[in-house]
Design a protein around this ligand. Structure first.
Ligand code: ADP
Length: 158
């Protein structure tokens, strides 16, 4: 079975990676989908985000990266993915995810959203928190891959 894991990944963190790794054990193939959001102004370009994810998931044999700007369920259908994976860190995530999953279920009943709980030690990690630490010259090396670390340093710590 194929699963799709959509998100902004701006940039990918160790928390995202953990969800991808755990999903890759459960499914034959995991497709990480970078979804372009018309209202979001990303920090990293699409190419940079693809590169950073591909670099990090290289050791997992059944993961690939795609990007799209449409509805996630349409992409899932196109890619033959029956399962849509999302990570939940706290109640705040749950409220938003409940809304998204419910809308998706109404739009397409064939696709199931599967929630994986964040590992407790990663539950406070978000792309935006890491960018904030980087901006203020804090040490964020534990939360990202060496490639993402370098890219964030170049961007924020001149
Ligand atoms: P989006 O803009 O779609 O929320 P993100 O890239 O921020 O995209 O997140 C993609 C998915 O990964 C979401 O389901 C989010 O809850 C989950 N996620 C983000 N950070 C973590 C983490 N540290 N642990 C587990 N799941 C996470």
């Amino acid at each position: 079975m194929i699963a799709i894991y959509p998100g902004s990944f701006d940039p990918i963190t160790i928390g995202h990676y953990d969800i991808i790794r755990r999903s890759s054990i459960l499914f034959d193939e995991v497709i990480v989908a970078i979804m372009e959001h018309p209202l979001k102004n990303p920090t990293f370009t699409l190419d940079e985000r693809i590169l950073m994810i591909e670099d990090m998931v290289r050791d997992l044999g059944n993961v690939r990266v795609v990007f799209d700007s449409g509805l996630t369920i349409n992409l899932a259908k196109k890619l033959n993915a029956r399962v849509l994976i999302r990570g939940i860190r706290a109640v705040m995530d749950y409220e938003m995810e409940l809304r998204n999953a419910s809308v998706n279920k109404i739009l397409d009943d064939d696709i199931e959203t599967l929630f994986l709980l964040a590992m407790p030690e990663y539950s406070f990690i978000s792309s935006s928190a890491i960018k904030e630490i980087a901006f203020h010259n804090g040490d964020f090396s534990r939360f990202v891959s060496p490639m993402v670390y370098e890219k964030l340093k170049v961007k924020y710590q001149k």
